[in-house]
Design a binder for this molecule. Structure first.
Ligand SMILES: *[C@@H]1O[C@H](CO)[C@@H](O)[C@H](O)[C@H]1NC(C)=O
Ligand SMILES: *[C@@H]1O[C@H](CO)[C@@H](O)[C@H](O)[C@H]1NC(C)=O
Ligand SMILES: [Zn+2]
Length: 568
């Protein structure tokens, strides 16, 4: 934390020193989130909350009253429990999840809407200096739609810039999801980095002309980290399709092997770039995330690691075997992850075909794969996001060549544009809402779990929660210290997210008997500091002898057992 504050202070000083024209420039609000943190909270919250909640009411058609009955607001219709279908007349809702097809289904979607000349971004690679200039310029030009902040610095002192693109760039919109893209964590995988710069420009240029993009930015905060490894990028070379030059950070660490791991203790020393991302993901409850890579063409979803990895610690032969094992390591949210990966690949004209990059490399059916089934790895970012914070992250491999010639960038942009937008919109699928006490005050850090999906999540300080779910009927388990646990039924439909408010009633002293003795355990590690303090170092199961292979081998038949054994 100390180092973060220092980093923020440095960034703020740097920001105020920079020459900017506008008073409300992005520089003036750089690191706003972190600055607010360091000042002890958000100012003027009441106002923001009212505005956000009003907007919410018009954006979310389906609500579930508490307890557990679904009804609709704003008109006739609603969920009919007998027919099992949603018949709501939904007015005033802009395109929604499915709406992008019409407005941007092809290369000509925005034809006839020329961007202002000064907003054309070159299809060239931008080194750190040029990227920084572009981000600063754009954030001052679009102060209502963008904010630039730094989450920390690389080993060599380069800022890890994050651009927020949203109708509310400076503050979280209560009740609305934050999402992110992280590109270029392998410094020589350069396509994603450039696509992020183009995505920023595309979003701000389209806000006033494309109703779908307007809806997305009005209802989502999109955080874009174009380069998690700016040092590596500087020593990478355009045209080098393979190899490791520039892949690692300036100390030679692979950042996608540098995160805490669920299955195996990761002894790699935490690097500044990884630490910054860990801090960032702990401060903002991201609902959905994409990690952008290159060197393959596939959307790869958790888990990246497998329970078997532990048994491989002592036997070198085992790890050789493991690399060729191709055993899937599936999460309890496998249906959701497959859907998210397919959302990306099926909107990508080449990835969706699932053809091999070249002879000797795998072909992925429909352009998706389970991470461990492709090859298992320890310390990856996507497993960390999901297990620690309930943030669903997918790894997006965007180009067979890691650092293709810049002349190919227009093609990559067109291939990925629709996928990049539609993927983020998936944050609006499933269930979200608030956990409150009897007086309507938010309950922070309530632990939630969808029954049968034993990777939990927590409420924010405003009592908010989100969970991406496919259409169906679910039970949500809610538990918070000092309250009676609750189980709430809910239904998720295809068209719109379900809004679900849960009121918790205080546990009286004798009610402690009712406290669900295993909820906390069965929630698994879950997000937030509680997990860290309890489980992060050493890893929860690291002290267990290797002889518990039986537990691990049973994971596919019962994740439930697995989790309760490990955390029980
Ligand atoms: C930003 O928003 C404010 C308030 O809605 C508005 O008055 C102003 O014109 C906007 N500025 C730009 C550059 O769009
Ligand atoms: C849910 O709670 C939020 C926050 O307190 C409130 O604004 C909203 O109106 C509630 N919705 C329903 C349907 O109760
Ligand atoms: Zn990579």
């Amino acid at each position: 934390m100390q180092s973060l504050l220092v980093a923020v202070a440095v960034a703020l000083v740097a920001a105020s020193a920079a020459a900017v024209a506008s008073a409300k420039s992005a520089d003036a609000t750089d690191d706003l989130y972190y600055r607010q943190q360091s000042l002890g909270g958000l100012g003027g919250l009441g106002q923001v909350e009212d505005a956000a909640v009003d907007a919410e009411a018009s954006a979310d058609p389906i609500t579930a009253s508490d307890p557990s009955l679904l009804r609709s607001v704003g008109g006739p219709g609603g969920y009919n429990p007998n027919s099992g279908s949603y018949q709501g007349a939904y007015q005033g809702y802009q395109p929604g999840l499915a709406g992008y097809q019409a407005s941007a289904s092809g290369a000509d979607a925005t034809a006839g809407i020329p961007a202002p000349a000064h907003d054309q971004l070159d299809f060239k690679y931008h080194n750190y200096e040029k990227m920084t200039k572009y981000l600063r310029t754009t954030s001052s030009r679009y102060p209502n739609l963008t904010a630039l902040y730094s989450i920390g610095k690389s080993v060599q002192g380069r800022d890890l810039w994050v651009m927020v693109v949203s109708a509310s760039p400076y503050e979280h919109m209560i009740g609305k999801p934050d999402v992110k893209y992280v590109a270029n964590m392998h410094g020589n995988e350069a396509v994603g980095r450039e696509l992020m710069l183009h995505l920023v420009q595309y979003l701000v240029n389209s806000y006033s002309t494309d109703p779908y993009i307007k809806w997305l930015l009005d209802n989502t905060r999109i955080h874009i980290l174009p380069s998690m490894n700016p040092d590596g990028f500087e020593v990478s070379r355009e045209g080098q399709c393979d190899g490791g030059q520039g892949r690692y950070n300036a100390r030679g660490f692979d950042l996608n092997r540098n995160f805490p791991d669920y299955f195996k203790q990761n002894n790699k020393r935490g690097q500044p770039e990884t630490d910054a991302v860990k801090e960032w993901t702990s401060k903002i409850q991201f609902v959905l995330s994409g990690g952008l890579h290159g060197g393959a063409l596939v959307a790869s979803y958790p888990f990246d690691n497998t329970p078997n990895s532990r048994m491989c610690r002592s036997t070198p032969l085992c790890s050789v075997f493991q690399n060729y094992a191709s055993t899937p390591s599936l999460t309890p949210d496998d249906d959701v992850f497959k859907h998210l990966a397919l959302t990306y690949s099926s909107n990508h004209p080449v990835m969706s075909r699932g053809v091999a990059c070249k002879a000797g490399t795998p072909a992925f059916s429909r352009g998706i794969t389970n991470g461990a089934e492709w090859y298992p790895l320890t310390g990856g970012m996507q497993d960390f996001n999901y297990v620690w914070y309930g943030c669903m992250e997918v790894t997006l491999e965007l180009s067979c060549c890691k650092f293709p010639p810049a002349s190919e960038l227009p093609k990559f942009w067109e291939e990925n544009r629709v996928s990049l937008v539609k993927f983020l919109a998936e944050a609006h699928r499933g269930v979200h809402g608030f956990v409150m006490d009897e007086n309507g005050n938010p309950v922070e850090k309530a632990a939630l779990k969808v029954k049968g999906r034993d990777v939990g999540f927590q409420t924010t300080k405003y009592g908010e929660f989100w969970r991406i779910l496919l259409p169906g009927v679910y039970k949500l388990e809610v538990y918070a210290e000092g309250y009676l646990p609750r189980e709430v039924d809910l239904m998720v439909v295809e068209q719109h997210p379900t809004l679900l408010n849960v009121t918790l009633h205080p546990a009286k002293r004798n009610d402690n008997l009712y406290r669900h003795p295993t909820v906390g355990d069965r929630l698994g590690p879950g997000p937030g500091p509680s997990y860290h303090s309890q489980h992060s170092a050493p890893a929860p199961h690291s002290s267990k002898p290797a002889s518990d292979g039986g537990i691990f081998s049973s994971i596919t038949s019962g994740f439930n057992n697995f989790v309760s054994n490990i955390f029980g």
